[in-house]
Ligand binder design. Structure first.
Ligand SMILES: [Zn+2]
Length: 466
């Protein structure tokens, strides 16, 4: 029997292991004790997989509940596979209870099914097959389980404080064929404090969005007009054209209007897929042509962002063949008492760098009375197509699927960054609907098995004796 045949025999066991893992609602919470930094359910999920590792004869290690691993094989070098056990909250509207692991028409449903418990189970059984088959390997294989991928990545920070980095690695937490380019990320906070306005319209407050890395779904402004006539004029002009997207209602106070915009959320690395409620509302407000006070800061958003997402208005747009186009998301805006604060998320391609982008933005700000008050950057992550690891993984994938899609670039960040010499590899196949973080998240039995075969072959090819 080959190790690939063995995987086919594990099918029922794999499905029930995944169902049991889904049944642990491993959403990050407050710690209860010393060994559960992300809450008791994550500690339970980590113990579950490490016990499985022990039962199957692997050396296991728990790093104080932050992360854990198990290992197989001998050799000076190590191939690491990074998966994560934490899940985002389930949300509403599921066909089946989100932590039931319901099996229906060949799909295993549940929060974490594809992100990232299914892939974790696929890798676990891939390793089991290699071990049971007694395959001789020239490198060690280590499966690392992180417990804080969805929020702060504290798990990996802790892990690599105590463990050395594997020489090669992959993370099954994104797409096939593989992602060899992850854009750089620049996060900015821009602020300004303005003198109070004495005449004309007053921007009483503005509030929109909740997180820098999410396209805001809502925004609301309260504007005080100098008289009822101007208020009505604006209200009419808005409701004529935009009645469905913008809502106006008069507040109890004299000549005050509440204006609300509804957008469509999307991940901050894909702002073009969403509809930004903040910039939508500001576009409407800018027809008022107001000056002074916080309006000057608002004008910067209209001029610099407008309604597009590639940084053209700020002069930072650029693109290249390998990594694609720069994207920008204005995720949060708050205005209160003439103080303005905005949070911006920029994902930049290889052809530029964060300092160049920041300098260009900084040049524009003084004219609007604004300045950058916080800035942090993450460099892009890129492995060339002729890199040995990339070549091996691509070959394995192509051999198994006959799909010759080119490697991908993403604006998102995966665990590959923390590993260094690593890429994201699966589990989503090209053209499939992406259900991660959504209701009715699932992984099909077929894909679970296909992933296990691909991962087993990849691990074999990366570690075999030459
Ligand atoms: Zn994930």
């Amino acid at each position: 029997m080959s190790y690939l045949d063995r995987i086919n025999e594990y099918k029922d066991e794999m499905v029930s292991t995944l169902q049991e893992l889904i049944a642990i609602p491993s959403v990050k919470t407050e710690p209860q004790g010393a060994e559960d930094p992300f809450g008791p359910e994550l500690a339970r999920a980590l113990n579950y997989v490490l016990e499985w590792g022990q039962e199957n004869g692997f050396e296991t290690k728990n790093l104080s509940g932050y992360a854990g691993h198990f290992e197989y094989g001998e050799g000076g070098e190590t191939v690491g596979v990074l998966v994560h056990l934490d899940v985002v909250p389930a949300g509403e509207g599921w066909l089946y209870p989100p932590f039931s692991g319901a099996l229906s028409e060949g799909r295993i449903y549940g929060r974490g099914a594809i992100d990232d418990k299914g892939p974790a189970v696929a890798v676990m059984y891939a390793l089991k097959a290699l071990k049971e088959e007694g395959v001789k390997l020239a490198r060690k294989i280590r499966i690392i389980f992180g417990c804080d991928e969805e929020s702060g990545w504290q798990c990996m920070e802790h892990y690599f404080k105590h463990e050395t980095k594997p020489e090669y690695g992959f993370t099954p937490d994104a797409n096939f064929p593989l992602i060899n380019c992850e854009k750089g990320q620049l996060s900015l906070v821009i602020e300004g404090q303005f003198p109070a306005v004495e005449e004309g319209c007053k921007l009483h407050s503005f509030s929109g969005g909740s997180r820098r890395n999410i396209v805001p779904e809502w925004a609301e402004a309260i504007i005080t007009f100098p008289d009822q006539q101007q208020l009505l004029k604006f209200k009419e002009s808005v409701s004529e054209k935009l009645s469905k997207e913008i809502l106006c209602c008069e507040v109890g106070k004299e000549n005050q209007l509440r204006v609300q915009a509804k957008g469509r959320p999307a991940h901050g690395s894909l702002p073009q897929q969403g509809d930004n409620a903040i910039t939508k509302l500001i576009k409407v407000m800018s027809t008022l042509n107001c000056r002074g006070g916080a309006w000057d800061g608002i004008r910067f958003i209209q001029d610099g962002f407008g309604r597009e997402t590639t940084g053209q208005g700020l002069g930072i747009n650029c693109r290249d063949q390998l990594s694609g186009e720069l994207t920008i998301n204005l995720g949060v805006l708050k205005v209160e008492q003439e103080k303005i604060r905005m949070e911006v998320d920029i994902r930049y391609p290889l052809c530029t760098d964060h300092q160049v982008i920041q300098n260009k933005i900084e040049e524009k700000l003084p004219a609007y009375g604004l300045k950058i008050t916080e800035s942090s950057a993450l460099a892009p992550h890129y492995l060339a197509e002729d890199n040995w690891l990339v070549k091996v993984l691509l070959n394995v994938y192509r051999g198994e699927t006959q799909d010759y899609t080119a490697p991908l670039s993403t604006g998102g960040r995966t665990y590959a960054v923390t590993l260094g010499n690593a890429v994201a590899f699966g589990p989503n196949f090209p053209g499939q609907p992406e259900t991660a973080h959504q209701k009715n998240e699932f992984m099909s039995e077929q894909d679970l098995m296909a992933c296990a075969r691909i991962y087993a072959k990849a691990l074999y090819e990366l570690t075999k004796e030459e």
